[in-house]
Design a protein around this ligand. Structure first.
Ligand code: NAD
Length: 349
C-alpha cells in the first residue's frame, strides 16, 4: 500500500496511521489542505474490507472537505479520519478515547466531528482528551434546542439551493406548486420536505424505511412512490437525500426533472455524468456546495452562536450556486467542474 503514489493522493499535507494496542483502535487521519485554516472533517467508522479501502476513503473525503469549506466561504481546510471496524460490534469507549488522543497529536491541524458510524456522544468522549473537536453543542445551545446535529442547517441550505436552482432554470422566485421528488426522508430529507411544503411545493417521496414515508405523507401531503421510480418522475426538481452515485448510466437517461438539487453526498457516479446532465439540459446543483449547511453550522457552534448570522451564511449557498450556474451556462461546462475550479481559486490563492 503506497501513499504518495496512491491514485487518490492529491498533495495531502499529512496522513497518519495509528494503532492503539490496548483498545484495538486502527485509524487513519488525513489532512488535505490547511491554507485557509485547520482541516475540519468527520470521523467515519466503517468495516472496510481492506486497509487500502480505508486509505482511499480518507484521502478522497479529506480532499472533498477542502473544496467544500472553500466554497462555503469558511476559513477552514479539509481533513477527515476513519476508524477501521464495525461501529455496531467493534466500537468501545476505550477505542473512541484512543481516537481522541490520536486527534490531539495533530495539535489543532485536524478538527474532528461526527460522521457515519460515530455520533455526538463519541465526539463528546473524544473531547475529554482533546479540545480539537467540532459540532458539539454547549450548555446554552442545548437550552436553546440545538443538539449539535447539523441536519437542520443542511436542510435549510439545501432549500436555499433549490430556490437558487429554480430561479436559474425556471426563471421564477416562488415555489408555489413546484413539483419536487425527494429520495430519502431521513434527517435532512424530512426537514427539506417541511420547508418545501411550507413554501407551497407539491411533494413525492420515497424511503427504504416505511414509517419515514408515512410521516412525510401525513404531515406534508406527500405522495409515496416506489424507490426505483423516484428519479424518473415527471417533476420539476429531483432532490437526492439518501445515497451516493444516484446519477449514473441508468438514472440520467430516465430523468424528467429540469433540476437535480439535493443533500446526498457524491451524487455523480462518475465525472462524465456531470457532462451527461449538461447535455440533457438538466441543471445540477453540485452536492458539496448545496449540502454545506452542516459545516457552516458547525463553524458557528459555540458560546456566541447567533442563529441570524448562521442563516445569513446559509443564504450564501444560494449566491454561490447562482454564480456556478451562470459560469456553467456561459462556458457550457458542467456545474461540478465549475465548482471545483472556483474552490481551487480560493484555497490555492
Ligand atoms: P439519514 O440516514 O438520516 O437519511 C437517509 C434516508 O435515506 C434514510 O431514511 C434511509 O432509510 C433512506 N434511504 C437509504 N437508501 C435509500 C434508497 N435506496 N432509496 C430511498 N431511501 C433510502 O441521513 P441524512 O443525515 O438525512 O443524510 C442524507 C444524505 O445527505 C446522505 O447522503 C448524507 O451523506 C448527506 N449529508 C448529510 C448531512 C447532514 O447534516 N446530515 C450533511 C451533508 C450531507
Amino acid at each position: 500500500m503506497s501513499v504518495f503514489s496512491h491514485p487518490e493522493f492529491d498533495g495531502h499535507e499529512q496522513v497518519a496511521f495509528h494503532h492503539d494496542a490496548d483498545s484495538g483502535l486502527r485509524a487513519i487521519i488525513a489532512v488535505h489542505n490547511t491554507k485557509l485554516g485547520c482541516g475540519l472533517g468527520g470521523c467515519r467508522m466503517w468495516p472496510y474490507s481492506s486497509d487500502d479501502e480505508a486509505l482511499t476513503d480518507v484521502l478522497r473525503l479529506s480532499r472533498g472537505m477542502t473544496y467544500k469549506a472553500a466554497l462555503a466561504g469558511l476559513p477552514q481546510g479539509g481533513g477527515k479520519s476513519v476508524i477501521l471496524g464495525d461501529p455496531r460490534h467493534d466500537k468501545t469507549p476505550a477505542m473512541i478515547t484512543a481516537m481522541g488522543r490520536f486527534v490531539d497529536q495533530f495539535g489543532g491541524k485536524y478538527v474532528v466531528a461526527e460522521d457515519s458510524g460515530t455520533n455526538v456522544a463519541d465526539i463528546r468522549l473524544m473531547a475529554e482528551v482533546t479540545r480539537h473537536v467540532g459540532g458539539l453543542a454547549d450548555a446554552r445551545s442545548v437550552a436553546e434546542g440545538r443538539t449539535g446535529d447539523p441536519s437542520p442547517a443542511t436542510a435549510m441550505g439545501t432549500f436555499i439551493g433549490i430556490q437558487a436552482a429554480v430561479r436559474a432554470a425556471l426563471g421564477r422566485d416562488d415555489l408555489k406548486g413546484l413539483k419536487v421528488a425527494i429520495q430519502g426522508v431521513g434527517n435532512v430529507g424530512y426537514r427539506l420536505a417541511s420547508h418545501l411544503h411550507a413554501a407551497g411545493a407539491k411533494l413525492w417521496v420515497t424511503d427504504l424505511h416505511g414509517p419515514a414515508v408515512d410521516r412525510a405523507s401525513k404531515e406534508f401531503g406527500a405522495t409515496a412512490v416506489p424507490m426505483d421510480e423516484v428519479h424518473a418522475l415527471d417533476v420539476d426538481v429531483f432532490a437526492p437525500c439518501a445515497l451516493g452515485a444516484i446519477l449514473n448510466d441508468r438514472s440520467v437517461p430516465q430523468l424528467k426533472a429540469k433540476i437535480v438539487a439535493g443533500a446526498a453526498n457524491n451524487q455523480l457516479a462518475k465525472k462524465r455524468h456531470g457532462h451527461a446532465l449538461l447535455e440533457k439540459g438538466v441543471l445540477y446543483a453540485p452536492d458539496y456546495v448545496i449540502n454545506a449547511g452542516g459545516i457552516i453550522d458547525i463553524f458557528y457552534e459555540g458560546p456566541d452562536y447567533d442563529a441570524a448570522k448562521v442563516h445569513a451564511h446559509l443564504e450564501r449557498i444560494g449566491t454561490t450556486l447562482t454564480e456556478i450556474f451562470a459560469r456553467s451556462k456561459a462556458t457550457q461546462r458542467p456545474t461540478g467542474e465549475i465548482a471545483d475550479a472556483m474552490a481551487e481559486e480560493i484555497f490555492r490563492r
